[in-house]
Design a protein around this ligand. Structure first.
Ligand SMILES: [Zn+2]
Length: 113
């Protein structure tokens, strides 16, 4: 168990999530700031089950692809649980960008709640 998260931390072979990013005080602090900025209102409205009440904070640019934006308030948006799940569902589907097939593999677990 590490005490903190540092963006320049050398790659130890795991994802940031596996390295405990979501357990760091820095994340908890910025997450709360995002929720307060958005007044705890879901900003995504992706899901038909959207409650409108934000309990999650979503990385607009994925944490794994832009770890440098992991603690940037501009890259965070508040959302409800259902919409957050929706982003994962959509993300996990194969998608085509500029003719390149991109497949994201997610472990499906999320200890952030
Ligand atoms: Zn929602």
């Amino acid at each position: 168990m590490r005490a903190g998260y540092h963006p320049a931390m050398p790659d130890r072979g795991g994802t940031l999530k596996e390295q405990g990013f979501y357990k760091t005080p820095a994340w908890r602090r910025i997450r709360l700031q995002a929720l307060q900025r958005d007044h705890y209102i879901c900003q995504l409205r992706l899901s038909s089950r959207c409650t409108g009440i934000a309990t999650e904070v979503h990385h607009i640019q994925e944490l794994e692809s832009r770890p440098d934006l992991g603690l940037s308030l501009d890259n965070l948006t508040s959302c409800c649980w259902y919409c957050h799940e929706e982003t994962k569902t959509r993300k996990s589907k194969p998608k085509t960008i500029s003719g390149v097939r991109v497949i994201n593999i997610t472990d499906g677990s999320d200890d952030e709640s």
